[in-house]
Design a protein around this ligand. Structure first.
Ligand code: PEP
Ligand code: MG
Length: 318
């Protein structure tokens, strides 16, 4: 068994019909890059930068500390691409766990990009640190929890300003593609708007399920209703993947669904070619990919998302 896993690790992720699939790692710390490489990830699809901000009693990391951490992740991946998500605190990821959120409904409140845009000076610190790390290797930036055109405009303006500040300082920085997370139904339903402004999309299924079904992802009382296979969720995912293909721009899934081997065939059938997951999930998903014929899965995947009971059809894959 161990020999078989080692063999899968060294085999490129290509389907039976010859489609290359990108398998990326979700990480939280620069040191996690070792696990990503060991699991044969071809890059980092999600570096959750908030873990640099949390558990430090509200004292935020300055530009040098952030630059050092992001650069360490870039160097750790030895030339493979690293996608750094800007800070996503709030709701299930409180900045300071000792203090309860002052908001009535934290998951729908000042979270992720909303918090960043409410503190532009702090956000600029992070943006400069990411752009500087991009001088050391391929870096992409990913923006969480966007829903509004106005947020897209403000975010892109601040990125341009951060770049201009580095230029004025004469400080080294690198090119950096910018992507949007699709994790609010409003964003999935307006995917073409996002595709006009961003270089790529990444679907955050953990939050997309939460916000589509109005189920708190962290509340055990409603956990039985947290259903990634709800037809509404699947149709939002399918629509986003299809929009990306129509615009010729990459779409990734970086929520838990990407690391669930039972979902791999469906996502392939919907046209997904990039998956980002916990390093421990990569080999199991790769095993599914090596056995799958993506072209034969397409019609079945459309039937699954059109069904009122997708779970039943999921078991009948071709
Ligand atoms: C998601 O929402 O699916 C996601 C990847 O982001 P997080 O789990 O960090 O909210
Ligand atoms: Mg999320």
């Amino acid at each position: 068994q161990r020999q078989r896993l080692a063999q899968i690790a060294s085999t490129p992720a290509v389907t039976q019909d010859g489609q290359p699939i990108e398998l990326l790692a979700n990480i939280e710390q620069p040191a996690d890059t070792a696990a990503a490489l060991a699991a044969s990830a071809v890059g980092v699809g999600l570096l959750r930068s908030e873990f640099l901000f949390m558990g430090r009693e509200g004292r935020l990391p300055d530009e040098e500390e952030q630059y050092a951490a992001y650069s360490a992740a870039v160097q750790g991946m030895r030339g493979l691409p690293v996608t750094i998500r800007t800070v996503d605190v709030g709701a299930d990821k409180p900045l300071d766990a000792r203090h309860p959120s002052p908001h009535q409904n934290p998951a729908m409140s000042l979270r992720a990009i909303r918090w960043s845009l409410s503190e532009p000076a702090m956000f600029l610190v992070q943006l400069r640190a990411i752009l500087r790390a991009a001088a050391h290797g391929p870096v992409q930036m990913l923006i969480p929890m966007l829903a509004h055109g106005s947020e897209i405009r403000q975010t892109l303006e601040l990125i341009a300003r951060a770049r201009a500040q580095l230029q004025a300082r004469g400080q080294a920085h690198g090119p950096c593609a910018v992507g949007a997370m699709i994790e609010i139904p409003a964003a999935a339903l307006t995917a073409p708007l996002f595709l006009r402004h961003f270089d790529f999309l990444s679907i955050g299924t953990n939050d997309l399920v939460q916000y589509t079904l109005a189920i708190d992802r962290a509340d055990p009382a409603v956990a039985h209703l947290y259903d990634p296979l709800h037809p509404a969720v699947l149709r939002l995912i399918a629509g986003t993947i299809a929009a990306g293909r129509a615009h010729g721009k990459p779409v990734c899934v970086c929520g838990e669904m990407a690391g669930d081997a039972a979902m791999t065939a469906l996502l392939l059938g919907l046209g997904l070619r990039s998956f980002s997951m916990h390093p421990a999930r990569i080999l199991a998903v790769k095993q599914q990919i090596l056995q799958s014929d993506a072209s034969r899965l397409a019609a079945w995947a459309q039937a699954v998302i059109a069904s009122d009971e997708p779970a039943e059809l999921l078991a009948q894959r071709p």
